[in-house]
Design a protein around this ligand. Sequence first.
Ligand SMILES: NC(=O)c1ccc[n+]([C@@H]2O[C@H](COP(=O)([O-])OP(=O)(O)OC[C@H]3O[C@@H](n4cnc5c(N)ncnc54)[C@H](OP(=O)(O)O)[C@@H]3O)[C@@H](O)[C@H]2O)c1
Length: 177
Amino acid sequence: MAEKLEIVVAADLDNGIGKDNSLPWRIPGDMKFFQSLTTGTTGEYKNAIIVGRKTWESIPEKRRPLKDRLNIILTRQTEINVPDGVLVCSSLESALEKLESIPHEHCYIIGGAQIYKEALQHPMLTTIHLTRILQEFDCDAHFPAIDDRFALAAVSDTMEENDIEYRFQRYEKKSAL
Ligand SMILES: NC(=O)c1ccc[n+]([C@@H]2O[C@H](COP(=O)([O-])OP(=O)(O)OC[C@H]3O[C@@H](n4cnc5c(N)ncnc54)[C@H](OP(=O)(O)O)[C@@H]3O)[C@@H](O)[C@H]2O)c1
């Protein structure tokens, strides 16, 4: 059972994360990392992902729900059609309450900007998996600055794909270290 919340995000040097409800870059290596991190488990239970309604809609229909993960959409709408097995919650708190009775391993917050902003303030948040994209893109959605409650715990080598340099960074809440 998840006792902690983890954020997964890719952000450019200006903390830009999206434009016109989609990703401003195409980095297959980051998609692979996201897929592997959010799907991977060490036990018998799946991981949960929590996603804002706008980001959910930005995922191509044929790729959603994200397979082998418990998908939870946050929306304040009462009428929303979702595929079987997908949960809809009206607040982050109600999603976490629901998860208390559903066996799962990790719980990943996968965006977008509104959901990240709220999750960053949540006491259960321990970890931020940040793909830092070493350029600036034209973005209309941003990730908040990571403040000094968090410390950089791991960083990968710099990689390059499609002329875009990036590296994987992991931040941990200092009180959890
Ligand atoms: N680079 C990355 O790693 C990454 C990851 C994910 C997304 N993104 C980008 O982020 C952008 C989308 O972000 P966004 O901020 O516009 O949208 P979002 O956070 O994906 O979704 C916002 C919607 O979520 C619902 N919502 C928000 N807070 C809620 C709460 N506390 N309780 C219940 N429902 C809540 C509302 O849905 P209703 O309006 O239906 O009530 C709101 O309109 C896109 O550009 C996307 O590509 C980037």
